[in-house]
Design a protein around this ligand. Structure first.
Ligand code: PLP
Length: 355
């Protein structure tokens, strides 16, 4: 039985987009492909408020997390850590043999601009990794305030994971001076998993020129100069995703970006109001995510039993991530879901739990 996904990825994909995945194949060095590429790029730039080049990667988001540190750091990276995904970026940086330091806060807390300012003022770093929306804890870190701090350090690359916030929350990339902002399409983009994308600044491409041991598959210079200028990708891309992304971009722009962001805010507010009434929020007050809410399991319910019963009714939510399993649970409000669908889910949870 098909279950509607209220989990933070993969998210619910509308039938029109699923059908676009079944498009017949074309050659990836053909004019037809370049035309498709040229339709997609300006629309992605519009959604991200950027003129930066767009790296379309046939990988999951983690591939681009790795790519960004391999291309953009040579001295030392400051890894801001506040949950499973931001912690992962530290592990990735270490595994690439790039010098790095953790800047760690407790799970559930946000990384604050003052902490970053203090660390960068030592002059040791040439890049920071910053997860905008920490999906494991439901925390949205203060991107705009951090961007303000980054202005003081023009030689430090600003690498941002917006995997679970991109196109669910307004992010004005050029205004914020972000060097690399990356996401996978299976979260707020509401496409099937298997494609990731990043907006990459000219500074980041230039920095990549000097990077040693960055490999070939994710090389910013090869992708964003040699092939991008021919409206192609370095290697054979996931063509089904390109067809689906083209369709989804039209749907997103037709809805209107501001309407899309407002819909996300409305859905998150609804879940948060409900959670405050019956449970409590895991995330630090004032830093609650607009795309995924993480609740403390204050009533001691069995989250897995709740999910089983929801499954019988055609819905799925998420348990707490990793060490938060059964201690917390999450409801994603991202992608193409509507407030009506969120209300229907909450009504069912209330009914199951007798709230
Ligand atoms: C899901 C997620 C990732 C990992 O994405 P993959 O596409 O599975 O590689 C990384 N960062 C954040 C914030 C995420 O939500």
């Amino acid at each position: 039985m098909r279950k509607k996904l209220f989990i933070p990825g993969p998210t619910e994909v509308r039938d029109e987009v699923l059908e676009a995945m079944g498009h017949y194949m074309i050659g990836h060095r053909s004019g037809d492909f370049s035309a498709l590429f040229d339709r997609i790029i300006p629309k992605v730039q519009e959604t991200l408020y950027t003129k930066n080049k767009i790296f379309l990667s046939s990988s999951s988001s983690t591939g681009l997390m790795e790519a960004s540190v391999r291309n953009c750091a040579s001295k030392k990276v400051l890894n801001c850590m506040c949950g499973a995904f931001s912690d992962r970026w530290y592990g990735i940086t270490q595994s690439c043999d790039i010098p790095c330091d953790p800047l760690q806060v407790e799970w559930g807390k946000a990384v604050k601009p003052e902490m970053i300012d203090k660390a960068l003022s030592t002059g040791q770093y040439d890049a920071i990794t910053f997860v905008h929306n920490e999906t494991s804890t439901g925390v949205m870190n203060p991107l705009e305030e951090v961007a303000e701090v980054m202005r003081k350090y023009p030689d430090v690359m600003f690498l941002v994971d917006a995997v679970s916030s991109m196109v669910g929350v307004k992010i004005e990339v050029d205004k914020l001076g972000i060097d690399v902002i990356l996401a996978g399409v299976q979260k707020a983009w509401a496409l099937p998993p298997g494609l990731a994308l990043a907006a990459v600044s000219q500074r980041a491409i230039d920095k990549s020129r000097e990077a040693k041991g960055k490999g070939y598959y994710f090389d910013f210079v090869v992708m964003l100069e040699k092939y991008y200028d021919k409206s192609q990708t370095t290697t054979t891309p996931s063509l089904p995703h390109f067809f689906a992304l083209d369709v989804q971009l039209d749907r997103i722009l037709k809805e209107g970006l501001d309407n899309r962001f407002q819909r996300h805010a409305d859905m998150a507010n609804y879940v948060r109001d409900w959670a405050r009434q019956y449970f409590s929020m895991f995330s630090e007050p004032g830093y609650e995510s607009q795309t995924v809410s993480c609740m403390n399991n204050t009533r001691g319910i069995s989250v897995s039993d709740l999910n089983k019963e929801l499954g019988n009714r055609g819905f799925t939510i998420s348990n707490g991530y990793g060490k938060l399993k059964e201690k917390a649970f999450r409801i994603a409000t991202m992608g193409d879901l509507t407030l009506e669908e969120i209300k229907e889910l909450i009504d069912n949870i209330n009914d199951i739990l007798g709230l």
